[in-house]
Design a protein around this ligand. Structure first.
Ligand code: ATP
Length: 299
């Protein structure tokens, strides 16, 4: 049976500002999304009928509760052909960490099915479908460096002028993104953070190393830090180990430390590994999209 292999990259947020609560229950946000090299492997194969999903991580649901499963259902509806799908996910992205692993698997299934099932849906249509699955999914269709507004679906592509190495530390597990957003209401104070540097970078459409370190900010850090005080300790340890900048990703608890080179990242990671179990080294990446020259798809 025909199949396709897609890498589903993790994302970090290098800037995240939570704005007003909307009438649909979501918050408007202003965020800088960034994909990293760390990725799940998603294999999609045509089958006779129905959808089956297997994931090598038992923490992850293998039924309709899996976002990749829901993405497959939506694409089968669009394809209007009678076929089934068999999805296999090799999970490398830590789960419930704020790295959008589930959302990225879903985006990979949308892109993968668009090619495998010859749907030929436009990027705009894929964004619409992606938003039904989650606020991070539209960004993950393309990845790279993008400003996300609205719920995260109003996207502007930007260029990161040089790659960054990252040391990711995942200590503890949050219950849900909603719990962190709820805690935000009680704790947040609002200094002006969408300041000169970020506006300047958006105007010229690029970020260099120094600018990226300068703009690091996440409104959800304070509430997440109250729910999981370990986050603040991890940040401190990363700073002491020599990270150029340190921030919690998304709604946490994953924290990343920035390094300019791989060897710098390795030195930082070696120090963190003495104290923490889940320490990963990765780097920023702009993935090739499926169907584009040198895209990351298989047979
Ligand atoms: P979010 O902020 O969107 O909740 P996250 O990045 O913190 O996401 P994920 O690893 O995406 O965390 O998982 C969030 C939840 O989604 C978990 O409780 C998990 O059971 C569920 N889930 C559904 N599909 C997947 C998937 N393909 N991979 C990982 N988790 C998934």
């Amino acid at each position: 049976m025909e199949q396709i292999k897609v890498r589903a990259h993790a994302k970090i947020n290098t800037f995240l500002e939570v704005l007003n609560l909307r009438s649909d229950g979501y918050h408007n946000i202003r965020t800088l999304f960034q994909t990293v090299d760390l990725a799940d492997e998603v294999n999609i194969e045509k089958a006779l009928s129905g959808i089956t999903l297997f994931c090598d991580n038992p923490q992850v649901p293998s039924n309709r509760n899996n976002l990749a499963f829901k993405a497959a259902e939506l694409m089968l509806k669009e394809a209007k052909i009678s076929t089934g799908l068999k999805i296999k996910i090799v999970k490398n992205i830590p789960v419930t960490a704020g790295l959008a692993g589930g959302s990225s698997d879903a985006a990979a299934v949308l892109n993968g099915c668009n090619v495998l099932l010859n749907c030929n849906l436009s990027y705009k249509k894929l964004v619409e479908i992606a938003l039904q699955l989650g606020s991070d999914v539209p960004f993950l269709l393309k990845g790279g460096t993008q400003l996300g507004e609205g719920r995260g679906e109003l996207l502007t592509e930007l260029e990161l002028l040089s790659e960054f190495w990252l040391v990711l530390v995942v200590e503890g597990e949050k219950k849900s993104t909603g719990s962190v957003f709820k805690a935000l209401k009680k704790t947040s104070t609002k200094p002006p953070i969408f300041d000169k540097t970020i506006k300047y970078c958006l105007a010229k459409n690029t970020f260099n190393k120094v600018e990226l370190v300068q703009i690091l900010h996440n409104d959800l850090e304070v509430p997440a830090g109250k729910l999981f005080p370990e986050i603040l300790k991890v940040k401190e340890e990363l700073r002491k180990a020599g990270a150029r900048g340190v921030l919690m990703s998304g709604s946490g608890p994953a924290v990343f430390g920035l390094a300019y080179t791989k060897s710098e990242a390795e030195k930082i990671a070696a120090k963190l590994k003495i104290k923490y179990e889940k320490v990963l080294i990765t780097k920023t990446i702009k993935p090739q999209r499926l169907g584009e020259p040198n895209g990351n798809h298989g047979s």
